[in-house]
Design a protein around this ligand. Structure first.
Ligand code: PMP
Length: 365
């Protein structure tokens, strides 16, 4: 009818997208935002200056398309990663979400399946189904870890084309021992993606799956500059894998997907990595403090190797979320029903969180 707003259901939408809800954490303008696992420290002034300079110099060539293969950036990323990784093993895109999407486009698809162990990052199933790939939900243990035998048995049962392992896991913070990753890679018939978005926050000595790349051409390790690198606004994710995997992704990537400005910003950030990653120790210390504080206050807290903490258990977590928001503190309602997740902010942010939480606990004993 004329004048009526067109609804989603009126459009010839794909059947498998009908009834779905988009990914979305509320972007609310509140004093203390601890809901999307960002790094609370803004880039240092020297980085801002160098970035402004890089943008100025690139601005004069913006009539041209970017380097389609992001060669210089991939060289910088390879040397940052170490572990003997060479540029041909590295690929970059707009956030690790786009990396994951390209992986699913190349290795998933109609008639294929991808499996993850939940609770885990909610975009894994969304990206999977968006690529017309069946989502297979495996389970984590009660402590949110993975038992290697049970994970291998689930993989042998479902034979997924793609397996996601998230380490440290979002939203639980759980890191996986390398032996579990190794067992899964051996058992999986297809691609294994180890999503290491939060790797830099892991407790010292936690080994990266990068060390397993030699001899495992179906293993992909994904990383991002959104978290420890404090560059979420830049949108830069990357992977390391066998060069043949990168060749596969070239088949599905959009030409010139990574803008000249994004490539320049990421290179500037890598040049300033010491300062950016210098925030990680402070964030780890704040994390360990808030874990201890929450436990002292009688709450259950998952051990965390990330820049966030999953805590509970609340009969009505929505009420607790709302009450914290009333105190100007935004956390995330995510994960199993009785839990909430708080990202680690500055010392001031965390003091505000503790203050708000103490008041909420007094009201919701
Ligand atoms: N993987 C995990 C486990 C995440 O939590 C996130 C961000 N929340 C991402 C990937 C995607 O991050 P980005 O696209 O910003 O790199």
């Amino acid at each position: 009818m004329s004048g009526d707003r067109v609804r989603l259901d009126d459009l010839p939408l794909r059947d498998d997208l009908r009834g779905r809800t988009p990914y979305g954490a509320p972007q609310l303008d509140v004093p203390v935002r601890l809901n999307t696992n960002e790094n609370p420290y803004p880039p240092p002034p020297e980085l801002v200056d160098d970035l402004a300079e890089a943008v100025r110099s690139q601005a004069s060539v913006l009539n041209r398309y970017p380097d389609r293969d992001a060669v210089a950036l991939r060289e910088d990323l390879a040397s940052f990663l170490g572990h003997g990784v060479v540029p041909a093993q590295v690929w970059a895109a707009n956030g690790s979400n786009e990396i994951l999407q390209q992986i699913l486009q190349a290795f998933g698809g109609p008639g294929r399946g991808a499996m993850g162990f939940e609770p885990s990052y909610s975009m894994h199933p969304i990206i999977t189904t968006g690529a017309s790939t069946r989502w297979i939900s495996g389970a984590r243990e009660d402590d949110f870890g993975l038992d290697a035998d049970r994970a291998v048995a689930a993989i042998e049962e479902h034979r997924p084309d793609v397996v996601f392992l998230t380490s440290p896991n979002n939203p639980t913070g759980t890191a996986l021992p390398l032996e579990v990753v190794e067992r899964v890679v051996k058992a999986a018939p297809g691609i294994v993606v180890v999503d290491e978005a939060y790797y830099e926050f892991a407790r010292t000595g936690t080994p990266s799956a990068l060390g397993l790349l030699p001899g495992n051409p179906r293993l992909i390790v994904t990383r991002t500059m959104s978290k420890a690198f404090a560059m979420a606004g830049t949108r830069l994710g990357y992977l390391a894998a066998d060069p043949a995997v990168v060749e596969a992704l070239l088949l599905v990537r959009l030409p010139y997907h990574l803008s000249t400005l994004t490539q320049a910003a990421a290179r500037v950030a890598l040049a300033h990595r010491a300062a950016l990653l210098g925030t990680v120790d402070r964030l780890r210390a704040e994390r360990d403090d808030v874990v201890a504080w929450l436990r002292e206050h009688g709450l259950t807290v998952a051990d965390s190797d990330a820049n966030f903490v999953l805590f509970g258990r609340f009969a009505d977590r929505g009420a607790v979320w709302q009450a914290l928001l009333g105190h100007g503190v935004l956390v995330r309602e995510v994960g199993p029903p009785e839990w909430l997740r708080v990202s680690i902010g500055t010392a001031g942010d965390m003091a505000a969180f503790r203050h708000a939480m103490a008041a909420v606990l007094a009201d919701h004993p």
